[in-house]
Design a protein around this ligand. Structure first.
Ligand code: BTN
Length: 332
């Protein structure tokens, strides 16, 4: 057999894959060295490297190595482990700090990144929100994710992608926080009436062809109240604030990616036909008097429905007016 030179990082990844298949079971240094075509010293070095990455591992000279637990870090290795998707996340770019995952994903897409490529970061220094706002992105508390899509359809079908993303996100959150999740049409997710997540979809398109779409998702997961700046404390929340305990960001992300893949497949086949009922079910606006401001218009009316195309239907002076986009405020 030829021994291929490997970096400690590569051996550590292989070791991790082997020991986490048998958690709580001691595996001897010799058997691991044998299995991974390495030697005891290299195995020990790799185990220490894994520990320095945040994995909890017990090392016993007599019995060997025991895998205890993985850290809640958004690394490619952790996201990939048990990820139940085919295409979404097939390439993962994971960073500690970036300016904006959406900007990085656009750059990747410009250089040919495939559909399903994702960019995640532990922190953003210039996280972008809608309408030129900043998305507050403190380190190791939230999920900052961008997904590259290359749908074959025309640009007018792109706004529905934000709504289908909102549906996948709402289902992911509702699994953990039943009955508390709402979608504030079209892009915001609310938990107990406060904003917990937002979606920023950016499009690169010619007249009648989409080159690519970057779907950016920011989720407030383990933020404590002190993580939020003063001005957001009343309007924003996190899953942790709602549940009063932390949740695994890695598990949440994997779960979201799987739901996103299913929702996207449905959207490609039948647009929002399958999601339309859920959009109404989760809506925070129906039955309320709202004002919608768009680039060209400002309109106030009673939010009465969300139609099969994902448009918000307002009743204004007895007439039904469909709205395709805009910033919504609820009238007191
Ligand atoms: C909003 O509610 O205004 C949309 C917020 C979108 C934030 C996410 S975080 C990951 C991705 N990268 C960005 O710069 N923004 C989006």
């Amino acid at each position: 057999m030829t021994l291929v030179p490997r970096s400690d990082d590569t051996l550590a990844e292989l070791l991790l894959g082997t020991i986490r298949r048998k958690p709580s079971t001691p595996l001897s240094f010799d058997s691991l060295a044998n299995k991974l075509h390495s030697d005891r010293d290299a195995i020990l070095r790799s185990a220490k490297l894994l520990a320095s990455w945040g994995y909890r591992i017990n090392l016993r000279a007599s019995s060997g190595i025991i895998f205890v637990s993985a850290p809640d870090h958004l690394t490619a290795t952790e996201i990939r482990h048990n990820l139940k998707t085919k295409q979404i996340g097939s390439t993962i770019h994971a960073f500690r700090t970036v300016k904006s995952t959406n900007d990085l994903a656009s750059a990747q897409a410009d250089s040919g990144a495939l559909e399903g490529t994702i960019v995640v970061a532990e922190q953003q220094t210039k996280g972008k929100g809608r309408l030129g706002r900043v998305w507050f992105s403190p380190p190791e508390t939230g999920i900052y994710l961008s997904i590259i899509l290359r749908p074959g359809f025309s640009p007018d079908q792109a706004p529905g992608l934000s709504l289908m993303t909102a549906l996948a996100l709402a289902d992911t959150l509702a699994e953990r926080c039943p009955k508390a999740v709402q979608i504030k049409w079209p892009n915001d997710l609310l938990l107990g009436g406060r904003k917990v997540a937002g979606i920023l979809t950016e499009l690169s398109a010619d007249k009648d062809k989409i080159n690519y779409v970057v779907v950016g998702v920011g989720i407030n997961v383990n933020h404590g109240i002190g993580h939020f700046p003063e001005e957001l404390r009343v309007t924003a929340t996190s899953i942790r604030r709602h549940l009063k305990h932390k949740v695994s960001r890695v598990e949440l992300l994997r779960d979201f990616l799987a739901r996103f893949e299913r929702e996207y497949a449905r959207y490609r086949k039948t647009r929002l036909t399958a999601g339309h009922k859920r959009l109404r079910h989760y809506s925070s606006l129906l039955g309320k008097s709202v004002t919608v401001i768009s680039a060209s218009n400002r309109i106030t009316g009673l939010a009465t429905d969300i139609d099969r195309n994902g448009r918000l239907i307002l009743r204004v002076d007895g007439e039904l007016v469909p709205i395709t986009a805009g910033e919504v405020t609820i009238e007191k």
